[in-house]
Design a protein around this ligand. Sequence first.
Ligand code: FES
Length: 65
Amino acid sequence: MYLCLCRAISDRDVAALARAGACTVAQVFKAKGTKPNCGSCIHHIRDALDEARAGCPAEMAAAAD
Ligand code: FES
């Protein structure tokens, strides 16, 4: 399922990037080589990261909020 329609970023993309170490929405967009357009997906991507980022360093998780 696409979380970001503007940039075609899926829930699978976010899960894979989280496993690879992405802890913030900005890191997801950077890893995909793009930037947000409309921004309506930000909370969806953040929610997906929240589910996966338990292994992130606390300071990175806090910085993402
Ligand atoms: S839906 Fe992600 S930037 Fe528009």
